[in-house]
Design a protein around this ligand. Structure first.
Ligand SMILES: NC(=O)c1ccc[n+]([C@@H]2O[C@H](COP(=O)([O-])OP(=O)(O)OC[C@H]3O[C@@H](n4cnc5c(N)ncnc54)[C@H](OP(=O)(O)O)[C@@H]3O)[C@@H](O)[C@H]2O)c1
Length: 255
């Protein structure tokens, strides 16, 4: 079995990736900023599954953090088979009147770090002829909800190009575009997730298992919910002015 590296593994979707991949018999490298949460999760996963779990404390909002993760992903001595670029967060502020540092931090974590890690991983994986990269985008990549949408659109477009670039190398790149999922994501940005009907949420285990199945099939884009697959089709057919009106800034659900 191989080793999977997962960013943002201490919570929500990333934690579920960690559990499912370990349950399948993979060793892990789990990445986040909170050392205690990483150690706690590593111990639990090892106790339950017997898999080896390495922890890597890194702030992906920093150049050194992103490069450290990129270097670990590209290691020849301790090879990684799958990289899951999952870490991310909502900005929790409007563009007008918001903090520029918060904007730059979001860009660093959700765009720059993914570029750095993919650059290292893709080159290393292509040189040896196998491996997979899974980047977590969002349904909001199809909307116009400000910079978060723009970052997630970058992830989707970037991964599509990467998958073409990697054709014939033995390496696959997949982008997952979940809709609403119950995690810490909304709490962290003061969004009351009870405002949306329960039917709008996809269970986290389904988001993760469908995304991993897509990686195994070599599928480039996965919307890991039938409901959101239909919604994505509808959004693509709508004029953009309608999308801006119904899913533009101010429609993120933030109070
Ligand atoms: N929940 C949803 O409805 C939803 C829908 C579509 C897409 N997504 C995307 O899914 C991904 C995972 O989100 P989630 O819902 O699972 O959120 P979450 O529960 O808040 O988890 C976010 C994870 O990212 C890590 N993280 C945040 N900032 C980081 C940084 N600067 N450096 C390193 N790690 C960092 C956090 O750990 P530390 O705080 O310890 O660093 C945590 O492990 C994100 O990319 C998000 O945009 C979520």
């Amino acid at each position: 079995m191989g080793t999977a590296l997962i960013t943002g593994a201490t919570s929500g979707i990333g934690k579920e990736f960690a559990w499912q991949l370990a349950a399948e018999g993979n060793d892990l490298v789990i990445v986040a900023r909170t050392e205690s949460a990483l150690n706690d999760l590593a111990e639990k996963i090892t106790n339950f599954t017997g898999q080896r779990v390495e922890t890597l404390v890194a702030d992906l909002g920093t150049e050194s953090g992103a490069r450290a993760v990129g270097m670990r992903a590209a290691s020849v001595d301790k090879p990684i088979g799958l990289v899951v670029n999952n870490a991310g967060f909502g900005l929790g502020q409007d563009f007008l009147g918001g903090m520029l540092d918060r904007e730059l931090g979001a860009l660093d974590v959700m765009v720059r770090a993914i570029l750095v890690i993919c650059h290292e991983a893709a080159n290393a994986f292509a040189a040896r002829g196998y491996g997979a990269i899974l980047n977590v985008s969002s349904m909001t990549s199809l909307t116009a909800q400000g910079t978060y949408s723009a970052h997630k659109a970058w992830v989707r477009t970037f991964t599509e190009g990467l998958s073409e670039t990697l054709k014939g190398t033995g390496v696959v790149a997949t982008v997952s575009c979940p809709g609403l999922v119950h995690t810490d994501f909304h709490n962290r940005t003061n969004v009351d997730s009870s405002q949306w009907p329960e039917i709008a949420f996809t269970p986290v285990h389904k988001v993760v298992s469908r995304s991993l199945d897509a990686v195994r099939r070599g599928q480039v884009i996965i919307t890991p919910s039938p409901k959101y697959t239909v919604a994505a089709g509808a959004i693509r057919m709508l004029p953009r002015w309608v999308v801006r009106k119904v899913a533009g800034p101010g429609r993120s659900g933030r109070q």
